[in-house]
Design a protein around this ligand. Structure first.
Ligand SMILES: Nc1nc2c(ncn2[C@@H]2O[C@H](COP(=O)(O)OP(=O)(O)OP(=O)(O)O)[C@@H](O)[C@H]2O)c(=O)[nH]1
Ligand SMILES: [Mg+2]
Length: 299
């Protein structure tokens, strides 16, 4: 099947929104069946809206994974939150993800105001149900369900694969009749180069502490496929000089760990051998500089 050939087919965009750390990117990966979005236990891991495409015999759902919604103070964070808000306005279905057992606070209430004002159909997903008792799942659902006009509530666990098929089935019902917009083999619109930068940034989130991962920007300098090998050279930019040594680590141990883990994950995603060369450089105060936010599509 090529894009544009099918009749009686449903297709559209589905936003995944929620607080930071709610499990949006993990759910996206579970739906697509590949790691197209990076995941970490820290809030604000996702910095760009990520499109994941799920094509079945009667529908094509394009999921828009968004940065977590929060009251943003810095310019970078305001740009993240704006992306989540912008996504809500362009989709056909809005899925709000709320972590089971987490009390909805002010940030969540603000997200609900925006969601409620949107005209599209809405679903509430209670996430990470494997991690709490059933009562906590019910309690969270009861607290949040009245906050917007949700058409469905579904408890899910992306990690254990609970209700993922059900989620797809319900989502498909909300999609408008339309021809598929992407070829069925395509699972994401992200260029491989961007994905490589994200896999490196994920390792920074998993291995570095405090503010350091938030102050990291990854740029791919070169990306070449030669024979059976993909050769990638990337620079990890830090926000200030003192962070450089932290990223490199004692005798280069931290940089080695970040590089090895990112390389292994990239090899498994691309199904090819990867040679990954990493450099660490300082880009003084890039976090406050809109020129560099532009590089990540965040201006
Ligand atoms: N136990 C359990 N943990 C989960 C589940 N889904 C996600 N997590 C964990 O929750 C943490 C956050 O997951 P992410 O998918 O990065 O959350 P996110 O909503 O994309 O976060 P931001 O990008 O920061 O907004 C990670 O440590 C995940 O492994 C789940 O179904 N069960
Ligand atoms: Mg995320």
């Amino acid at each position: 099947m090529k894009a544009g050939d099918k009749k009686d087919f449903r297709a559209g965009l589905v936003a995944l929104v929620g607080l930071p750390n709610a499990g949006k990117s993990t759910l996206l990966n579970a739906v697509i069946g590949e790691k197209i979005a990076i995941v970490s236990p820290r809030p604000q891991t996702t910095r760009n809206t990520i499109y994941g495409i799920k094509t079945a015999d009667y529908y094509q759902a394009v999921f828009v994974d968004t940065p977590g919604f929060h009251s943003a103070k810095t310019r970078l964070n305001r740009a993240l939150v704006q992306q989540a808000i912008d996504s809500i306005s362009i989709v056909d279905v809005i899925c709000v993800l709320a972590e089971a057992g987490v009390k909805p606070g002010n940030d969540f209430a603000r997200l609900m105001e925006i969601t409620k004002a949107a005209p599209q159909p809405k679903m509430l997903l209670i996430t990470k149900i494997d991690a709490v008792k059933k009562e906590a799942v019910y309690k969270t659902a009861e607290e949040i369900y009245p906050m917007a006009d949700f058409g469905q509530v579904l408890p899910v666990s992306a990690v254990k694969g609970v209700n993922i098929d059900k989620f797809m089935e319900l989502t498909a019902e909300y999609l408008p009749e339309n021809v598929p917009q992407y070829d069925e083999e395509l699972i994401t619109t992200q260029p491989e180069k961007f994905l490589a930068a994200e896999y490196i940034r994920e390792q920074a989130f998993l291995n570095l502490r405090q503010e350091v991962p938030y102050d990291i920007l990854v740029e791919i300098e070169s990306f070449n496929e030669t024979g059976k090998l993909t050769e990638i050279s990337a620079v990890i930019y830090v926000n200030r000089e003192s962070q450089k040594g932290i990223v490199i680590g004692e005798k280069g141990s931290m940089l080695k760990k970040i590089g090895e883990n990112a390389r292994k994950n990239l090899e498994s995603f691309f199904g090819r051998k990867v040679y990954l060369e990493l450099w660490v450089k300082v880009r003084e105060n890039w976090v406050a500089n809109s020129e560099y936010l532009g590089i990540q599509g965040l201006k």
